[in-house]
Design a protein around this ligand. Structure first.
Ligand code: NAP
Length: 253
């Protein structure tokens, strides 16, 4: 009898473990705009505690985002949200990012910065006043040197983040960053939201991903909404006949 009861208890434990997320973090999502609200929704749906960081935590807009997110989400100042969080997701406009990071740098130490921001890259958008030569990802890592910046989702529209099925097939999210364990953790978070992931390399690769986002933005900036294009990375199989020696030799042939 005793044995049967402990077997039942073990089964119940297993059930609880398999239905709950394997890990649960407190995630500060900075910004309550399109990307921030989509990101907060997906973090909350996948079992994490979401605290939005906003310039106006008492605003109707912030309250509406919290209501839509549900699952115990709340909103606070960005400083309070960052202080409480295990992971900080940056979903604010580029022009506000430097001040935000520098004002909260000590509370970012050792934390993963989940960076979806895009800086205008000078090589692509030279006319933009705040265009940068490197990338948002690299600059953020420099402003918060003890944090672990992982660039994710910057090439994925907020509507796809909300519902990956709209892409009509699997979407692979490229990840770049300097800390492998942080990238593996972000990969788990992103996969739980219904995406595939591909770890590509160091944060110095962020400018390539941000350049892609700049191109995505062109039809929007020109008001050509009917012609806006979508593109996704999608893992596939390399064509037959490709092997590592041919790939390495490609630029010398
Ligand atoms: N939209 C997309 O599909 C998409 C896709 C990939 C990456 N991204 C990147 O995600 C970031 C956010 O884009 P978004 O489309 O979500 O922008 P958005 O809808 O305009 O929202 C940006 C949010 O940033 C916060 N913010 C903080 N300081 C600000 C300031 N000085 N001026 C204006 N807003 C400020 C605001 O939240 P509070 O009012 O609560 O402070 C605002 O709602 C950008 O870096 C963008 O490149 C966007």
């Amino acid at each position: 009898m005793k044995l049967r009861r402990s077997f039942a208890a073990a089964l119940a434990c297993l059930f609880i473990l398999s239905s709950a997320p394997v890990w649960a973090d407190v995630v500060a999502v900075i910004g309550t705009g399109r990307m921030g609200s989509a990101l907060g929704l997906r973090f909350a749906e996948t079992g994490h505690t979401v605290i939005y960081g906003s310039r106006n935590p008492m605003s109707e807009k912030a309250a509406a985002v919290v209501t839509k997110t549900g699952n115990g989400a709340r909103v606070d100042t960005s400083a309070n949200a960052i202080a409480e969080a295990d992971i900080v997701a940056l979903a604010l406009l580029w022009r506000a990012t430097e001040d935000l990071i520098k004002a909260n740098v000590s509370n970012l130490d050792n934390k993963i910065i989940f960076d979806v921001t895009n800086a205008p890259i000078r090589a692509v958008q030279a006319d933009r006043e705040n265009a940068v030569d490197s990338s948002a990802g690299e600059l953020i890592q420099g402003w918060a040197p003890n944090s672990k910046v992982v660039k994710a989702f910057n090439t994925v529209g907020y509507h796809i983040l909300e519902n990956p099925a709209h892409a009509g097939g699997p979407v692979t999210v490229p990840l770049v960053g300097n800390d492998l364990a942080a990238m593996e953790r972000v990969a788990e978070l992103v996969q739980a939201m219904g995406f595939e992931t591909m770890i590509l390399g160091g944060i110095e690769q962020a400018h390539v991903l941000e350049g892609m986002a700049s191109l995505y933005f062109v039809p929007y900036a020109q008001g050509r909404y009917d012609e806006a294009f979508e593109y996704y990375f999608r893992k596939g199989t390399a064509p037959s006949g490709i092997n590592s020696s041919r790939v390495r030799g490609a630029d010398t042939e």
